[in-house]
Every structure is written in structure tokens, then in C-alpha cells.
Design a protein around this ligand. Structure first.
Ligand code: HEM
Length: 305
């Protein structure tokens, strides 16, 4: 059923309209970035050794310029994928797009969100450096708060401690395949149009020319998670009940899934609330990025040594 046309398209929809007149849509760019991440990930997997992750990445960074370059492409395209996946979701919600998607596909799209987060964090863990190890501990701690099945879920998602094989398997195969299949079903195309692929590849190459992602040297006392998790890291420092964070995440997913089934005024209110939460979360990312130092101490950027 088509939703009634919006007589007064608000600021967000007008922004997306202007963008789409000039560039490919967020959805196509997201699919483009996904393919760049998959292809660069396959190339990166050749020199990467999951039994010696840190050492193999050090060797790549020092002695294998092509490998370091593909690693950077993988890193940046993955970030672009996350950004444009969020962009696409916001654009569709701003146009009541959830009403247009068949309900089964909507369910799978909502369920793909934890897989997207998992593929991003598992990649970060695969670095095998101090930051990756911390991210693994934090994720393990969070999953440990799930009632009854904590151990099973932790084992299925993270495998045995001191062993990356399960995380590696889910990163390169399970979660990548789930995301790819859901994306193909939703977009009704396997390959993004060439323009989106070239845009995402070129942007990844340009960003890689500016910054090759490094590894934590193990000496720097500042240890942080990936940028998109810095807000969560901040919240984790406020609460002694991290289980609430998982419960809250599950509630957000449930509300998102429920949007097309609600009366429009309700869903509009919930979307406004979610947008506000997103803005607050972005502010927390900035706090974690710029204002936190060793042991998560408050440090102003201008007071940094
Ligand atoms: C949905 C697609 C994928 C996404 C979004 C993704 C994302 C990521 C991210 C964010 C990292 C961390 C990079 C860093 O912090 O340095 C990473 C690492 C890695 N990814 Fe992927 N990945 C994807 C698919 C793949 C595939 C298909 C493979 C291989 C077949 C792969 C192989 C690797 C390897 C070996 C690493 C660890 C080395 C490193 O840190 O550079 N990825 N991935």
C-alpha cells in the first residue's frame, strides 16, 4: 500500500532530493561500498594470518606496500559502507519508505543491522592489537549480560578466548554473506551501477592516500575502540549495568521493525526520538574522540601533550 504523499516535505527529505539530483542515492553508494569492501577484503586475506594477526599486519605495513594499500582501501570502504547504510536508512525513514517495503524484507533489513555492526567490530578485533583485544573484551562483557544463553551466544559469536578462528570465519563468510544476500534481495540487483562503485572506490583510494590505518603499538596508554563505538564506550563508563545497553539496542530494533505497523503519527514521533538519539550519539562520539585520553580521563584537545 502506498503512503499518502507528504505535502510539506521536511528539511531532511529536501536535502536527500538535492543530493540525489547530483549523486547516486545513498542506497546505491552503500551497495558500491559493500562491493569495494568485499573485493579488498579478499585481497587482504591473502597476506593476513589469523594465527599471528598483529605480526602479519606489521609485516604488511612495513614490507608490503600493495598489501598496506589494500588494507587501507578495506578500512575506508568499510567505513563508507557503514556511513551510507545509515544514510540510506535515514533517507528512507524520512520519506516513510518503510511503508513501501514488503514486510518480510523489512524484517530482514532490520535484522541485518546487528550483522553490519558485527562485521565492523569483528574486523577491528581481527587487527589483534591492544585496541582489538579491548574491543573483544568489551563485546564479550556485553554479551555476557544476556540472560540464560550468555555463554552460548559468546561462544557462537567470539569463539574461544585467544583464538580468532570463529571471529575470522564470521567476518569473512557468515556476516558478509548475510549482509550481501539481504542487500541483493532488497536492492533487487547484485552489482551496484558502475558510477556508485567508481565513486566509492575513488573515495576509498583518496582517503587511503591521506591515511593508512595503523596498529596500536601496545605502549600508548590511550586505548580506544573504533570511532563508531566511541559513544558506546562513553556510555559504558556511566553505567554499572551494561546489560541495559543491549536491552536498549534490542528495543530500538523492535521499534524500528514495528514502524510500518503503527499509525503514522506514532511512527513519526518515534522517528523524531530516534533522530534525536542519533544526534546525541554523534555528540558522544566527538567527546570520546577528542576529549578522552589515557584511562578514559577527560582531556581537552588543546591541553594534550
Ligand atoms: C561486509 C563486508 C566487510 C566489511 C564491512 C568489513 C569491515 C572490516 C573492518 C572495519 C576491518 C577493520 C580494519 C581496521 O581497523 O584496520 C576489517 C578487517 C579485516 N577484514 Fe573485513 N570487512 C568485510 C568483508 C571482508 C571479507 C569478505 C574479507 C576476506 C575474505 C575480509 C577480510 C578482513 C581481514 C583479513 C581483516 C583484518 C586485517 C586488518 O585489520 O586490516 N573482510 N574488515
Amino acid at each position: 500500500m502506498n503512503s499518502p504523499p507528504d505535502d510539506h516535505p521536511h528539511l531532511l527529505s529536501r536535502f536527500f532530493d538535492s543530493w540525489n539530483r547530483l549523486f547516486p542515492s545513498g542506497g546505491l553508494l552503500c551497495l558500491g561500498a559493500l562491493w569495494v569492501a568485499i573485493v579488498s577484503g579478499i585481497v587482504l586475506a591473502l597476506p593476513y594470518d589469523m594465527t599471528k594477526p598483529y605480526d602479519s599486519l606489521q609485516v604488511i605495513l612495513i614490507a608490503n606496500p600493495a598489501g598496506a594499500f589494500f588494507r587501507a582501501i578495506h578500512y575506508w570502504s568499510a567505513d563508507l559502507f557503514l556511513i551510507f547504510a545509515s544514510w540510506h536508512l535515514i533517507e528512507q525513514l524520512s520519506r516513510r519508505g518503510e511503508q513501501e517495503v514488503p514486510k518480510g524484507i523489512w524484517l530482514r533489513l532490520v535484522l541485518s543491522i546487528p550483522f553490519i555492526l558485527y562485521v565492523m567490530i569483528s574486523g577491528f578485533i581481527l587487527k589483534g592489537d591492544r585496541e582489538g583485544t579491548l574491543a573483544r573484551q568489551v563485546l564479550g562483557g556485553l554479551l555476557g549480560t544476556v540472560p540464560v544463553v550468555a555463554k552460548t551466544i559468546r561462544f557462537i559469536t567470539l569463539g574461544l578466548p585467544d583464538n580468532l578462528s570463529v571471529i575470522y570465519l564470521h567476518h569473512i563468510a557468515t556476516s558478509t554473506l548475510v549482509i550481501l544476500i539481504i542487500s541483493i534481495e532488497h536492492a533487487r540487483r547484485i552489482w551496484p551501477e558502475w558510477r556508485s562503485f567508481i565513486y566509492m572506490l575513488s573515495l576509498s583510494v583518496i582517503l587511503s592516500a591521506f591515511k593508512i590505518p595503523s596498529l596500536h603499538d601496545g605502549l600508548n596508554p590511550v586505548v580506544k575502540g573504533p570511532w563508531y563505538m566511541l559513544g558506546l564506550q562513553e556510555v559504558l563508563h556511566w553505567t554499572s549495568y551494561p546489560g541495559w545497553i543491549l536491552a536498549f539496542g534490542a528495543l530500538v530494533l523492535l521499534l524500528l521493525y514495528g514502524l510500518p505497523f503503527m499509525p503514522v503519527p506514532w511512527s513519526q514521533q518515534i522517528k523524531r526520538g530516534m533522530l534525536l538519539l542519533l544526534v546525541l550519539y554523534l555528540a558522544l562520539i566527538i567527546v570520546g574522540w577528542l576529549f578522552r585520553g589515557a584511562n578514559w580521563q577527560w582531556v581537552t584537545p588543546w591541553a594534550r601533550p
